[in-house]
Design a protein around this ligand. Structure first.
Ligand code: ADP
Length: 322
């Protein structure tokens, strides 16, 4: 292993820059040549790669997003395109590829490697925390803190004006963001795709005469349908006598200065990715399992995304909301 190439692909997430910095500096430490490209796989398709120096990553760790920029590259789905990329990388002497991204990006990497491309290690990054094989993905902690900060602000006005709010958080088809932000924000109800509740039942609870609280916050996971909270509020307006305000947090959750956790885990995952390539390991992602950093095989491309396995936190929120 002499030359490594680094890229960020798919949806961006806070903490990607910490991982970029760690890959560049760890490579330099081990006297590897490190290259990068802009805009994910599009940069490879465009043959637009450049060397990285340790000074190129100075001052980036505190920023969200990715200094290498990211994109979704349709051409990379084509085998013919990947063949050309493979030849290009072989001509440049690239032996290893580090891909910071989500499960789609890892699917592309696994295909490139199986078709004779360089050895690949992925670093999981998505605010949704829904990648199989790892209990943590970069960006999740920053996103749940961003959602929490918004819920806290909404709580101030909800409480002062006796208002009912529905706050929609991201998470794709998983409820990780919703349960964590909901518990920490003291939400009265949390709705996730894994443990759906009937709106009729929810309306009954809201209508219950013993309810003493004058304000209310319901956290709704987007559940693969951004804007789903608008459908929910329509039904609740029909079934309860209350007025609701809806706040869709949307892409605010994707940005912002990364938390300690995202910077620290990003740094550790970046370092592990380089060490793994040096040790001859490949076809894997850096993964958090039972609190320990390790490697896991690239996620099965046919398996659904990771989702909440227990309703423990939902049950807790019900107890604490009384
Ligand atoms: P994420 O990595 O965040 O899940 P995407 O699913 O959009 O985001 O994937 C990012 C990029 O990875 C795609 O634009 C494409 O270039 C590449 N990719 C995704 N799936 C495949 C696939 N099945 N075959 C080849 N490349 C893929």
């Amino acid at each position: 292993m002499k030359k490594i190439l680094l890229l960020t692909s798919g949806g961006d997430a806070p903490g990607m820059n910490a991982a970029i910095r760690a890959v560049v500096r760890s490579s330099h430490y081990h006297k590897l040549e490190i290259f990068a490209c802009h805009n994910g796989y599009q940069g490879l398709v465009d043959h637009d790669i450049f060397p990285m120096q340790p000074s190129d990553v100075t001052g980036c760790i505190q920023y969200g997003g990715t200094i290498l920029r990211s994109s979704r590259c349709r051409a990379f789905y084509e085998k013919e395109t990947r063949q050309k990329v493979k030849e290009f990388l072989a001509n440049k002497g690239i032996d290893g590829l580090v891909i910071i991204g989500g499960d789609g990006s890892f699917r592309g990497a696994a295909l490139l490697e199986s078709e004779g491309g360089p050895k690949c290690i992925g670093i999981p990054a998505t605010i949704d925390n829904d990648i199989r094989g790892t209990e943590y993905t970069l960006g999740f902690d920053t996103a749940r803190n961003t959602a929490l900060a918004a819920i806290d602000k909404i709580r101030d006005t909800a409480h002062s004006s006796n208002r009912y709010f529905i706050v929609e958080v991201m998470g794709r088809r998983a409820g990780f963001l919703a349960v964590d932000a909901g518990i920490a924000g003291g939400a009265e109800y949390i709705i996730t795709p894994e443990f759906p509740v009937s709106i009729e039942k929810l309306a009954k609870q809201i209508n219950a005469p013993k309810r003493e609280k004058k304000s209310l916050i319901i956290i709704v996971a987007e559940a693969g349908k951004p804007g789903i909270s608008l459908e929910i509020v329509k039904k609740l307006r029909d079934l309860t006598p209350f007025e609701y305000r809806v706040c869709v947090l949307g892409h605010t959750q994707r940005g912002g200065s990364p938390t300690v956790m995202d910077r620290e885990i990003g740094s550790r995952m970046g370092n592990l990715a380089v060490n793994s390539l040096l040790d001859g390991k490949t076809n894997a992602i850096t993964a958090m399992q039972k609190g320990r950093l390790t490697l896991a095989p690239f996620p099965d491309p046919d398996a659904p995304c990771r989702q909440l396995e227990t309703s423990d936190l939902l049950n807790l929120s019900e107890v604490l909301a009384t």
